[in-house]
Structure formats: C-alpha cells, structure tokens
Unconditional design. Sequence first.
Length: 284
Amino acid sequence: VAYLVIFHILFVLFVWTYWKSVFTLPIQPGKKFHMSYADQERYENEERPEVQRQILAEIARKLPVYTRTGNGGIRFCDRCQLIKPDRCHHCSVCAMCVLKMDHHCPWVNNCIGFSNYKFFLLFLAYSLLYCLYIAATVFKYFIKYWTGELTNGRSKFHILFLLLVAIMFFVSLMFLFGYHCWLVSRNRSTLEAFSAPVFQNGPDKNGFNLGFVKNLQQVFGEEKKLWLLPIASSQGDGHFFPMRALSEARNPLLTNEEQWEEDGIDEEPQGSGEASSLAIERET
C-alpha cells in the first residue's frame, strides 16, 4: 500500500508540474516598454539614423533598463517594437519577447521564462524522482530474473524495459536538472550562461548574483512551504531584477574602484559610455 501511495503522489506531482510548464504562457513586456503610436510613427518617418537613436534613447531613459548590447547600446526589438527589459529576449519560435527568457523547450513545447521557470524546475525534479522510484521498485524483480527465479517470459520483457527506460531517463534528467540547479544558485538563465549580460560598465556574468539564498528566493519565493508546490511564487513581475552591482554600490565600505577591480572590469570613461548608450540593437 505504501508503494502505491508514493507512486500515485509522484505521478500526480509529475503530471501537475508538466501541465503547468506546458500551459503557463510566457509573459511579454508591459505596455510601458512598447513604443506608443506617436513614437512609433515618429521613429519610422524619421530617415536620419542619429535622430532615430535619440528617440529610442529618450524612451529608454524613462524605463528601469540597465543591461545593454555588446557595444553598449540600447536593447531594442524591431519585431515587437519595444525596448527590451533586463533579461528579456525575443523567441523566434514563439515570435514574441519573453520576460527573463531561459530557453525554448521542445519537451514541453513552450518557452521557459519568468512565468513558468519554477514549474519547469519542479517538473525536472519530480520526473527525476519518478524515474528513480520506478527503477528502485523494479530492481528487485530484475535480480530475480537474473538469478533465474522469474520464469514468465512476458514479465521478463516488461521488467527489462521498465528498468532500462527508467535508468536512461534518470541519467539524462540528472544532468539537466543539475545544470539548472547550478544556474539557479548563480541566478543565471541558460542564455546568460552562454553570453554574459552587459551592463553600462561592461559584461558581468555575476551581475544578478545576490547570494545563494536570495537567488533561490527569486525563483521560488520567500515562503518555503510553497517551494515544492507548482504554485506561482517567484519574486517580482519579471520586468526588473535586483543587481549585485547596485547592491554593492549602496555599501559605503565598497568604492567603485574596488567593486570593478573585483569583477575584473575597467570602468569606461563617461564620454564613451554616453556615446555608446545611443546605439541600438535590432534583433530578429
């Protein structure tokens, strides 16, 4: 009876988290990040590139946007006609910009981002436990088959099939889940792991790393009793994320020079920073 109860609990959690990962739609940036009709008309009718850059720079100054392109420019999406919030990227499969986009997952046929990243992690965790539980309960019958105590031919095939499939999925899920646990502990997305986010003072792969506990709270929330349940509890609204650089800048014991020496990034002159901030990223 205990085996059946555990089996059904894991199965329900597995199906629940999978359903939430599939049917929780990714969130697009809010209206304030979209260009108004007047700004869009002014931008499209303007033929001078430098004036277009000034229009976008004026819009971006009103928004809580701190990350930049590789050349220090404003992150702008031509397809969605919006200034991209920090950690937001355009998904070519979903054909829209997704808040805190991690990746587009073919397993769930959905874009994994701010709205469903917690559900995706729980789906991996419960899938891992589900495979482990099946392999552990079938293993004793595999031993009987190996020692010749099991004579039923059909039972042999079922046992071998279940054990091999469970082990195969367990190993693959273990690496995938372990990788995402490492990403959560560093407060990075899959995209940020391959390409470090760029701030006004340069690229910083640990720009959003606030420490292990706070990194977990950003994904799972402050209520620990909700961490293992597929219920939305992530902090914030996906448009703004606390940054390590800003937190350290508020600390009077750390000067700007010490801060950037620790990160290994030299501070750029103010003149070049202002000039580069007018550059535009056009993403397709």
